[in-house]
Design a protein around this ligand. Sequence first.
Ligand SMILES: Cc1cc2nc3c(=O)[nH]c(=O)nc-3n(C[C@H](O)[C@H](O)[C@H](O)COP(=O)(O)OP(=O)(O)OC[C@H]3O[C@@H](n4cnc5c(N)ncnc54)[C@H](O)[C@@H]3O)c2cc1C
Length: 424
Amino acid sequence: MKTKKNVVIIGGGFGGLKAAKVLGAYPDLVNVTLIDRRNYHLFQPLLYQVATAALSPADIAAPIRALVSQFINVNVLLSDISIIDPQNKTIIGKELLLKYDYLILACGATHSYFGNDEWEEFAPGLKTLEMATEIRRRILMAFESAEKEIDPIIQKVWLTFVIVGGGPTGVELAGSISEIARLTLEADFRNINPVDSQIILIEAGERVLASFQDELSIAARIDLEKIGVTVLTKTMVTNIDGNGVKLKHSELESFIPSKTVIWAAGVKASPINLTLGTPLDKAGRLIVEANLSLPNHQDIFVVGDQAHFDLPTGLSLPGLASVAIQQGGQAAHNIILSICGIEMKKFHYFDKGQMATIGRKLAVMEFRGFKARGLFAWIAWLFVHIYYLIGFKNRFIVMFNWAWSYFTFGRGARLITKKDWRDS
Ligand SMILES: Cc1cc2nc3c(=O)[nH]c(=O)nc-3n(C[C@H](O)[C@H](O)[C@H](O)COP(=O)(O)OP(=O)(O)OC[C@H]3O[C@@H](n4cnc5c(N)ncnc54)[C@H](O)[C@@H]3O)c2cc1C
């Protein structure tokens, strides 16, 4: 009988979790160690709902241990991995040093401020639960500060919200903040009228939702403007500080005073990639072979947001949950094939389309040439997100919360939590 191979997976996100579940079905062939620096799997597509107080953090997260507990050959470890040593087939992390026969990298991506990391303090991105609750704190505090302010000019600054980046996350955030101001908080304040809030979405390119077809991206802009969002396209952000955002549009410079700026513009791959010494693309992603392994390292596979996978069209696959899930599954199957001495398979992406929601009954979707917007796309968006949400309890709670806020216009998670637990 063959000795079992040790497979290490770094990252319990969409890609890593799928790989662990596939390998969990082969207890006679592999022992799997799934490592993550967090103890939970996070459903990132609904992070903006936490940031805008529609859902609570626990609604969109589930403990990784519980998700793979039925697989006796899968062991879960909590550690932050910092170094990969392919020569010695070793990974090194916080209080951990581990040998592997096969390695799957599924560490995802982080934010990129395009070399302006000092902007982060004034414009947090949306990638983790901590970031989502911090954005929620800033949005809700802005309304509270405006309510106390007697100077109408400063009041206006508090009620100005700027979102940088017109991709799906930026569009979803802008639409949600507008809904908070127009529908949720309308009756709750006495000195301000939240409906007077200004929500400004800034996009450097020619249109928002640039990955969608022209028609849907134009429709999204119209819908955003209908619900009170100001959309500025072909506009570059040149500086962000505690007072607001400096912009450049056709050589003209301007400044938007604002205390609440959110970054939804750029992503870069995990910094762990730099330790491998193999080719990276411009976003820092590891360039993988057709079977998802690294060039010259047939025992290391990279999936999801961490990988750059070239399509025959010359483009590369986008950072989507469906890409990560399919690649995680394929990498796991290729490891099994390799152990059995069978040639590994090339990865083929099954395009599941894309969708973005703009607000109540407003969304856009496209799937293999089929396009939809409005109520139909919004309902499809709701069901797809419920379906893919991990865990029955989460699905039930999210469905209930959505139904509740639909009928009451409320947002139940309007909690301002402090940054520092030591504060009394
Ligand atoms: C706000 C937002 C909205 C999105 N909306 C959508 C959407 O609507 N539809 C869609 O398809 N996609 C969406 N995405 C993209 C989608 O979430 C990603 O493409 C997907 O999460 C990538 O999966 P992954 O497994 O590569 O990485 P992730 O899901 O990011 O998982 C990476 C895991 O690795 C762990 N990790 C990272 N570094 C280390 C380390 N050094 N050591 C140990 N553990 C580590 C992390 O803790 C994390 O658990 C959205 C993303 C964001 C941020």
